[in-house]
Design a protein around this ligand. Structure first.
Ligand code: HEC
Length: 134
């Protein structure tokens, strides 16, 4: 029992000593990392998206509209199939995008997008109507 106690005391003493001796002040040279090279190549480079497609990607459209498949709203191809690609339809549908719409495809209404300009809405709609393949 006594021997065990001595070993413990010795260990403590040793640890205390070792701890105190290591207090050398090391001044770390702060290395400001050189400006990181952020030149990333866009994965879509070489595949130019139309302006309307880009605008739609930046807005919330894709939450409810997919190109091929009905989600909440009709698929873009269905819309393109329903409306001929004419300036009148582009105008009319652009208004729908901005003001919201309902009743043409079912009971679900499209939310209005008051922040989208008429011009941008028309870009989006002409992209959608261009998908009909006609
Ligand atoms: C909250 C879900 C939702 C979002 C977000 C949404 N839509 Fe819709 N969209 C719908 C629904 C639902 C309909 C069908 C409305 C109807 O029955 O008239 C629709 C219909 C449409 C139509 C056809 C309108 C008609 O009268 O036939 C176009 C064009 C359209 N959306 C474009 C867009 C564009 C562009 C955006 C993005 C700016 C967008 N939508 C965002 C749900 C959405």
């Amino acid at each position: 029992m006594k021997k065990w106690y001595l070993v413990m005391a010795g260990a403590l003493f040793f640890a205390a000593c070792g701890g105190g001796e290591n207090k050398t002040e090391t001044k770390q040279s702060s290395q400001e990392s050189a400006a990181a090279d952020n030149s990333m190549v866009s994965p879509n480079a070489g595949k130019p998206a139309s302006k309307g497609e880009t605008l739609m990607a930046e807005s919330d459209c894709k939450t409810c509209h997919k190109e091929e498949m009905k989600v909440v709203g009709p698929s873009l191809k269905d819309i393109a199939g329903k409306y001929p690609n004419t300036p009148e339809n582009i105008d009319k549908l652009a208004q729908k995008v901005i003001k919201g719409g309902s009743g043409n495809w079912g009971d679900v209404a499209m939310l209005p997008h008051p922040n989208i300009s008429q011009e941008d809405a028309k870009e989006m709609v002409s992209y959608i109507l261009s998908l009909s393949g006609k």
